[in-house]
Design a protein around this ligand. Structure first.
Ligand code: FES
Length: 161
């Protein structure tokens, strides 16, 4: 027997997919855009959503999975409310981003690609953010921080609820 909570969640996801698919008149060519909308709406793409997109758009589920797993813009695992990105591009690396990553990793008790159990933070690494002169760069919720000190990082993480 399916619990009421699980059933409510499934209905919510189905409704979200219906809305996203409907806003593109079930156009199969808009699959990527539909997935982007759902990613933005839900913060990630649960398996049920991919199945539902496949069903509602009438495209093979393998095709939906292929796209969802290929592009970095999509996440197949839940993400925290705050996304912390540490740049490990060459310019940032030579300026100390690996050490910065270690500090952040210890502060948040997370390895790259992990999300805290309380869903507060997700730690990610990126290759270049296009602002190498600011390196090493850390981005927290789309705010860029140039060479943040340990106390500055502590303050950023403490204020992120
Ligand atoms: S290498 Fe970090 S911003 Fe370019």
């Amino acid at each position: 027997m399916v619990s009421k909570t699980a059933s409510t969640k499934a209905m919510k996801l189905s409704k979200a997919v219906k809305k996203a698919v409907g806003s593109y008149q079930k156009d199969k060519d808009m699959l990527i855009q539909i997935l982007l909308d759902l990613q933005s709406m839900l913060g990630w793409l649960p398996r049920e959503v991919l199945m539902e997109v496949s069903e509602q758009l009438e495209v093979p589920v393998t095709q939906v999975y292929q796209i969802a797993s290929y592009y970095k813009a999509f996440s197949l695992t839940p993400k925290g409310r705050h996304i912390v990105k540490v740049c490990l591009g060459t310019a940032c690396q030579v300026r100390g981003s690996p050490q910065l990553l270690n500090i952040i990793s210890a502060m948040l008790n997370l390895k790259p690609c992990e999300t805290s159990e309380d869903m507060r933070f997700t730690l990610e690494t990126v290759n270049c953010l296009g602002c190498c002169a600011m390196g090493p760069v850390v981005v927290v919720d789309d705010v860029y921080h140039s060479k943040p000190s340990t106390p500055a990082l502590r303050k950023i993480f403490e204020t992120a609820k």
